[in-house]
Design a protein around this ligand. Structure first.
Ligand code: F6P
Ligand code: MN
Length: 311
């Protein structure tokens, strides 16, 4: 007899979801492997928190350790998977060749985004991009086949897309990723905005765009962690997040390969858009691993609108 928990597992388990969606076997296994790795990274965060309990401020070195640990855990988990050809993370900016032969995926990682938030108890995240071509050869549009992120917050969640919609899973107490939101779809126009960069550093065009949003009554939602900030736009079904060009740094702050391409992929798959103000994020061909770009990402209305201001 099938009991209720078997039945719900049948419907919602991550592996079954990917299998039912007809995602290629190696890609399925790779996504699964990264999702499992999220559990180890989260354990590391807890360990750091315990170690530092009693000290209000976590020092730069400890943050660094956390970032590096997350990177090492990912390397450990993916190195012998048999599916990863090359791995490159924001931590080292060096391409590591794992395997050639059958392994066809090029994986990018921001192992622990927002790690400076660890002492504030805000969410952090891991961002992963999965490509079928070397990262500098083509735009994300031509090379990306999947993207995912994990949030380490009150809940551990995982959002992935392998080009068949964007879906959210929650890690339950049994240690399984269970489906919580299938085919997340952004509204045409949202009601929240998140703005990176110092206001005095913004360009006049960007400022005018922000004033437009404010006049429209958008509510400010900015945590300072890229993963939770994007997660908020997705889960609240729209709005816009931006880290713009700044007077002192015209390419903004966020990294195209490690941060922007994966989020653009996920948001596009949810019916939204991502632009640098002129071109789609996914149509930009990275010039170097460290390529940075401004970003406006979210619902179609807000992202189309900014192009009018920035053109
Ligand atoms: O990875 C860079 C990052 O920490 C992102 O998580 C976040 O969106 C951004 O920088 C925050 O930058 P700022 O501190 O300038 O608001
Ligand atoms: Mn980051």
């Amino acid at each position: 007899m099938t009991n209720i928990s078997d039945y719900s597992k049948f419907i919602v388990d991550l592996r079954r979801h990917m299998w039912m969606a007809g995602i290629e076997m190696h890609l399925r296994r790779l996504i699964w492997q990264v999702a499992v790795t999220g559990k180890y990274i989260s354990a590391k965060i807890h360990e750091a928190n315990r170690k530092l309990a009693g000290f209000k401020n976590i020092h730069g070195d400890d943050q660094l350790t956390l970032d590096r640990s997350a990177d090492e855990i990912l390397i450990n988990q993916l190195e012998y998977s048999g599916f990863v050809r090359e791995y490159v993370s924001e931590e080292s900016d060096k391409v590591i060749t794992f395997q050639k032969g059958e392994a066809k995926y090029y994986v990018t990682a921001d192992p622990l985004d927002g790690s400076s938030l660890v002492d504030t108890n805000l969410s952090m995240g891991t961002i992963i991009g999965i490509h079928i071509a070397p990262l500098l050869d083509t735009s994300g549009r031509d090379s990306m086949v999947a993207a995912m992120y994990i949030t380490y917050g009150p809940l551990i969640t995982m959002v992935y897309s392998a080009g068949k919609g964007t879906h959210e899973f929650v890690l339950n107490r049994e240690g399984e990723y269970v489906l919580s939101e299938e085919n997340i779809t952004l509204d045409e126009k949202g009601s929240i905005y998140g703005l990176g960069g110092l206001r005095k550093e913004w360009t006049p065009e960007h400022l005018q765009y922000v004033e437009f949003l404010e006049a429209e009554g958008y509510k400010l939602r900015y945590s300072g962690g890229f993963v939770p900030d994007i997660n908020q736009v997705l889960i609240k079904r729209g709005g816009v997040f931006t880290y713009p060009a700044l007077k002192k740094s015209p390419t903004g702050k966020l990294r195209l390969i490690f941060e922007l391409q994966p989020m653009a992929f996920l948001v596009e798959q949810a019916g939204g858009m991502a632009t640098d103000g002129k071109s789609d994020i996914l149509s930009i061909k990275p010039q170097k691993l460290d390529h940075r770009s401004p970003i406006y990402i979210g619902s179609r209305f807000e992202v189309e609108k900014v192009k009018e201001y920035l053109k």
